[in-house]
Ligand binder design. Structure first.
Ligand code: PNS
Length: 165
């Protein structure tokens, strides 16, 4: 009998992708047969990078045969169901994350009973990194090399430079 493929959906805004995100993706790829990174358009967050730029940054940063990058709009639970998946993966950095994630996981489970959220706890070295911190440091000309992949660092600098000129 064929074993069912285990698909994990890793959703987020990724504005931009950080080393913390990449660590979660790598660790999740050991648990699931296939990971789909689902980039949310997320107009409510008014992202610095366009959806295409965020996808491009992820595709350039993640080279794994079982990990793909896609975008989605609308409700996450609908997207997950469309992919014939039932598991959402999220990273947890702190108790502050927990409050937000707890509500989101419960809401998604209420919207669709078959959908579960699993959490991977951030490693200590990544637990303080956030996309918003990266954007802020870069906007003041600070060094973001310890927070994002090299290619993303270049793209962030170009974007911020363009914004200022
Ligand atoms: O990386 P983020 O910004 O914390 O990711 C948040 C995201 C994209 C996972 C969340 O905002 C989301 O799922 N948006 C899609 C719309 C939706 O389903 N909202 C209800 C979730 S409770």
């Amino acid at each position: 009998m064929n074993k069912k493929e285990r698909i994990g959906i890793y959703p987020g805004t990724f504005d931009p992708v950080t080393l913390g995100h990449l660590d979660i993706i790598l660790r999740a790829s050991e648990i699931f047969d296939k990971i789909i990174i689902a980039v949310s358009e997320n107009p409510y967050k008014n992202p610095l990078f366009s959806l295409e730029e965020r996808i491009d940054m992820l595709r350039k940063s993640v080279k794994h045969p079982r990990v793909t990058v896609e975008s989605f709009s609308g409700l996450l639970v609908d997207y997950v169901a469309n992919k014939n998946a039932s598991v959402i993966i999220r990273g947890l950095r702190s108790a502050t994350d927990f409050n937000y994630e707890f509500l989101m996981a419960q809401t998604n489970n209420k919207l669709s009973k078959n959908i579960e959220t699993i959490f991977l706890i951030s490693k200590t070295e990544y637990s303080f990194i956030s996309s918003s911190l990266v954007r802020e440091i870069a906007s003041y000309g600070g060094n973001i090399a310890h927070f994002v992949p090299e290619i993303v660092g270049k793209m962030v600098k170009t974007k911020i430079y363009k914004k200022k000129t």
